[in-house]
Ligand binder design. Sequence first.
Ligand code: NDP
Ligand code: GDR
Length: 354
Amino acid sequence: MTKTALITGVTGQDGAYLAELLLAKGYRVHGLKRRSSSFNTGRVEHLYQDPHEADLRFVLHYGDLTDATNLIRLMQEVQPDEVYNLAAQSHVQVSFETPEYTGNADGLGTLRLLEAIRLLGMTGRCRFYQASTSELYGKVQETPQRETTPFYPRSPYAAAKLYAYWITVNYREAYGIHASNGILFNHEGPTRGETFVTRKITRAVAAIEQGRQDRLYLGNLDARRDWGHARDYVEGMWRMLQQDEPDDYVLATGETHSVREFVELAFAHVGRAIAWRGIGVEEEGVCRKTGRTLVRIDPRYFRPTEVELLLGDPSKARERLGWRHRTSFRQLVAEMMAADLQSEQTGGRAYVDA
Ligand code: NDP
Ligand code: GDR
């Protein structure tokens, strides 16, 4: 029987990869998109189907996680077997500037979807995935971080996601909903949002190579992240909802790297070795061959409270879901660099996912 899924955040990095995966598995996929005055469906353009086609398998609906009546109506209309709640104001730095909105969309938005399941009498037949995050761990309590590691959120984003995490657990326990949290460590790819550090770096290196940018300005070079590929991680989301019992799982690579290492690898991809000079905000990254300054620090990118070190332990997901990451850190950087170099060379902003 054809399953039906609803993906909130379908126009985002993960939403697009997940939609692709579910369509390949034969699902009918409905996605929530926001009304925007500019084009915001670029990542799912290749999945678009003319609404006049007879057997529509990919359908987009307008909506917003801050709009409860819209969500209830949509859930009633779509009657999904599985809901993947990926929509969020997902930028940590931006959440310090828009804390109330972030709380509303990321925290209460999750509640609104769970309430829709309850109000519509769908508790026994609609499975729910919540996009939880390694940002929940925040200030380091223990490494590697696993499902039992205590949370200590360090941003309005993480605090909102903490509410979402626990309300998901609560609705599972209170109403028997098959609701699971994926505690996902950072995952990236060529379609990563352009203001997250990995994509900011790969785009800048490509633009510098083309002579279109002088240098790259960054904040904390010593933050460490457990970076994987988004394509691998959406597979884990789906596996969580195929289990007999709902549960919470960490998805991570089990390796950690600094922002500085990411910068070095990205420049190495275009044949430039970087030497670091100076300290603190005076530090700069210089091309060893030419002596040209390619990286500078701009304190505006420092966060009021930082998450210094993330390193995940994905053992539970490996043992129970049979999930493991496939893309190495080096492969990830190489793939992102190749895509950004190609889009720079062709002069367009088309995304290349190779
Ligand atoms: P993106 O920022 O790429 O995508 C976010 C999506 O949410 C977009 O489709 C966006 O729409 C949509 N959205 C934002 N606000 C609202 C709203 N109020 N109502 C409806 N839709 C909204 O994020 P990712 O794909 O990277 O991440 C997916 C989810 O996973 C997010 O919840 C994120 O917090 C979480 N997460 C991500 C990790 C990562 O490393 N990528 C790690 C752990 C968790 P639009 O396109 O119009 O902006
Ligand atoms: P993060 O991702 O905050 O981990 O959240 P981001 O790429 O924004 O930052 C990673 C680390 O890099 C440091 N950094 C910079 N970050 C940005 N954006 N810009 C800079 O110029 C810069 N310089 C240094 C940051 O301080 C940070 O330590 C992502 C999001 O996808 C969340 O939604 C998700 O929940 C977590 O990953 C897991």
